[in-house]
Design a protein around this ligand. Structure first.
Ligand code: HEC
Length: 142
């Protein structure tokens, strides 16, 4: 009986790996970026009071998430969908350079979180620009 349970659980485990969907995974990751940024963007827009502790934790969270942007896992060859441009796989080095720039800019911001609105606007402007410049070329509207 015990053996059977162990055998079954290993099948389930293998199943999970085999069915992992890179499209879903990258959507989840991108959404986490949006969530972290969305929690502090209103401050930069003057719609919420500046809160240094909140900025710090949101940037730390974003930094944790962008480090998970593993192109080989999230954008493997053959995982194109209607949301992805085929250019990703044609210009893989450039695509990876966009990821590296995002990671570098978020890392920098997380290491020295903005202490006032002007600094926050500059940091979010830079990071948002990284999101946008990649989307402009490699993400298709669906
Ligand atoms: C290296 C390129 C690149 C960077 C940098 C990037 N994205 Fe994306 N993003 C994509 C691609 C490609 C898609 C479409 C994925 C798909 O449809 O499978 C996407 C999709 C999304 C989506 C839609 C997810 C969904 O539910 O369909 C959101 C939200 C998003 N990105 C937010 C962000 C934010 C916020 C940032 C910056 C912090 C960012 N992205 C940085 C390439 C990038």
């Amino acid at each position: 009986m015990k053996k059977l349970i162990i055998a079954l659980s290993s099948v389930v485990l293998v199943g999970t790996v085999a069915f992992a969907d890179p499209h879903e995974e990258r959507e989840d990751l991108m959404k986490s970026f949006g969530k972290a940024l969305g929690s502090i963007a209103p401050m930069a827009q003057g719609k919420a009071d500046f809160d240094a502790a909140k900025v710090q934790s949101a940037l730390a969270e974003l930094n944790t998430q962008v480090k998970k942007f593993d192109v080989a896992v999230l954008f493997p060859e053959g995982s194109a969908t209607k949301g992805t441009s085929p250019k990703i796989w044609e210009n893989m080095d450039d695509f990876k350079a966009h990821v590296a720039k995002l990671q570098a800019d978020v890392g920098e911001a997380a290491a020295a979180p903005a202490m006032d609105i002007a600094a926050l606007q500059a940091q979010l402007g830079k990071i948002g620009g990284d999101c946008g410049s990649c989307h402009e070329v490699y993400r298709l509207k669906d």
